[in-house]
Design a protein around this ligand. Structure first.
Ligand code: NOJ
Length: 577
């Protein structure tokens, strides 16, 4: 695995298909694809790269500006692909590099950008470097690429500390010669040692590899974990948890100030391209620390999960939007908005559960609203109870989700959408234990069910065996109710969720204007009303009763209006004649 030093070349000519406005990302609608569950083109039950290419016309018609692919690299799938065995290749079960190039060309030909996921905190234990480390002596250069330590106790039989992994269970695993390695996630995901120059150079090589192949941007997995202070004595888990609340950049494991040195180097590389490659940090940090990741001198954008963690509530939404827009303006980044992804209970379901508590529905620490795993707490509790149908108001959840999505798509900044939300999909709750795949389930049986319920392969048609996902049964079981939610069933229904997304994304493109909004005060505390610089007006009714609409022509509404009024749990877009 040779490393290549960062070359400092002048900006290159634009890679074919990636030219264009260097600010394309600032207000982009980005569609997240979880490749193994999107579309299976080769009838093996697993979604693949050719499957994505086959659906480019669908994505184009949907009207998204960019596609973000969750990991598609070779992987043993101990964590759904976030355990990468080779950073510069495609999982042979998903295709080849040639398939990837064809997909990239097809997306670019359809006017869409391509973002790929980079997982720099840890590799798979099947990665050649970790296998080399296992075969090597303690203290060897091969072990220095990861974080190996001797254990405690007379014979080193105890782990170096009592730290627990994010997925549960101990954060250290012992190898046959007695040493222990650190893994903040599953034991199949050993953490890299980012103090080692070889790791830094290898990731620069990976970023260059995909940038040269025409990738337009990167989503950086657990961007806040790379740098660690492992000087001894190691603090206890209790001390770690205390330090985590300080948010001052000195926590031994998370959100350390020195992580930004890595991203400054990445930014130099990104800016060698024309247009510069973009990046968005997945960093579950205190909101006061987010700007560092989003800085133009660093990754440029960072996910803000605040709306995702909030209840469907006017005051919460207003506060979050105001704060984040001010933050983005101060740093030069653009805001990001998201309600659903592959780690959380789908928002149609969250909004249909009875026990939503503001700030606590996403694994959030009620003290500071952050989480390291991003799995919905309320959703988790409901899933653990077997997903009782009686507790879920499917209709209300979807109605609120449609309203929330139109609210989000009206905001300045980029909107991240997760595959299947355009079909109004709910979480799949009833996956039998024997068919679950998420490591959180295996490391916490009986305490957590995991994230498989939002990763079930998409329904494209109402027909079995796989609802059009492929010709054979899908790798996770699909429920009967998928038939009614299938894309083909929604295609010609003018009021379907699919057509709402299509209309919204199309209009959003034509209405998009400057990166600001103005709140318009109104007497009803359950209604939010804002206006973009060109007069594009968004009104959301979070309450239970009909609400008045302001002057203007309604161009879109999440549900039909009633006598010119905006019904409960609904959003309307208006323009000024
Ligand atoms: C965050 C990813 O979104 C999640 O799916 C993954 O399990 C962890 N990072 C570990 O890579």
């Amino acid at each position: 695995m040779p490393s290549s030093p960062l070359s400092v070349l002048p900006a290159t000519a634009a890679t074919p298909g990636t030219s264009g406005d260097p600010t394309w990302w600032r207000q982009a609608a980005v569609y997240q694809i979880y490749p193994r569950s999107f579309y299976d083109a080769n009838a093996d039950g697993l979604g693949d790269i050719r499957g994505i290419t086959a659906k480019v016309p669908y994505l184009k018609e949907l009207g998204v500006d960019a596609v973000w692919l969750s990991p598609f690299y070779p992987s043993e799938l101990a964590d759904g692909g976030y355990d990468v065995a080779d950073y510069r290749n495609v999982d042979p079960r998903l295709g080849t590099l040639e398939d990837f190039d064809e997909m990239a060309a097809s997306l670019h030909g359809g006017g869409m950008k391509l973002i790929v996921d980079i997982v720099p905190n840890h590799s798979s234990d099947q990665h050649a470097w970790f296998q080399e480390a296992l075969a090597a002596e303690p203290g060897s250069p091969a072990r220095a690429r990861y974080i190996f330590r001797d254990g405690q106790g007379t014979n080193g039989e105890l782990p170096p500390s009592d730290w627990t992994s994010i997925f549960g269970g101990p954060a250290w695993t012992q190898v046959p010669d007695g040493q222990w390695y650190l893994h903040l996630f599953a034991s199949e995901q050993p953490d890299f040692n980012w103090d080692n120059r070889e790791i830094r150079d290898d990731f620069l090589r990976t970023l260059r590899f995909w940038s040269d192949r025409g990738v337009d941007g990167f989503r950086i997995d657990v961007a806040h974990a790379l740098m660690k202070d492992l000087s001894e004595p190691l603090p206890s888990q209790a001390e770690l948890e205390r330090l985590e609340k300080l948010h001052n950049g000195t926590n031994p494991l998370w959100d350390r100030d020195d992580v930004h040195g890595i991203y400054a180097e990445w930014r130099t590389l990104f800016n060698e391209y024309n247009p510069p490659r973009t990046a968005v940090a997945e960093a579950w940090v205190d909101p006061t620390r987010r700007a560092r990741y989003a800085s133009p001198a660093g990754l440029g954008q960072a996910f803000n999960f605040d709306l995702l963690m909030a209840d469907f509530d006017a005051a919460s939404f207003e506060g979050i939007v105001t704060k984040n827009l001010a933050e983005a303006q101060a740093t030069g980044a653009s805001s990001t908005w998201v309600f659903s992804n592959h780690d959380v209970v789908r928002h149609a379901t969250r909004y249909g559960l009875p026990r939503l508590v503001a700030g606590a529905d996403c694994g959030a620490d009620p003290d500071d609203g952050i989480t390291q795993d991003g799995i919905s707490q309320d959703g988790k509790a409901w899933l653990l109870a077997g997903g009782p149908e009686a507790e879920l108001d499917r209709e209300l959840g979807l109605r609120r989700a449609r309203a929330a999505t139109l609210f989000m798509l009206g905001l300045p900044g980029s909107a991240y959408l997760y595959q299947g939300e355009e079909l109004g999909l709910h979480e799949v709750a009833d996956i039998p234990a024997a068919e679950r795949q998420d490591p959180t389930f295996f490391r916490n049986a009986g305490v957590e069910v995991g994230r498989d319920g939002c990763r079930v392969p998409l329904p494209w048609t109402p027909a079995r065996p796989a609802f059009g996902f492929g010709d054979v049964q899908a790798h996770l079981p699909q429920p009967e109710w998928f038939a009614g939610a299938a894309a083909s069933a929604q295609d010609t229904d003018p009021v379907s969720t699919l057509n709402l997304y299509r209309k919204a994304l199309g209009l959003r493109r034509s209405l998009q204007s400057g990166e600001t909004l103005e709140w318009v005060p109104n007497a009803n505390p359950t209604v939010l009303h804002f206006v973009r610089p060109n007069g594009w007006t968004v009104v959301t009714n979070f309450g239970d009763a009909d609400a008045d609409l302001p002057e203007g022509a309604v161009v879109l509404a999440s549900v039909p209006l009633e006598d010119g009024l905006l019904p409960a749990a609904a959003t309307a877009w208006l323009v000024q004649p």
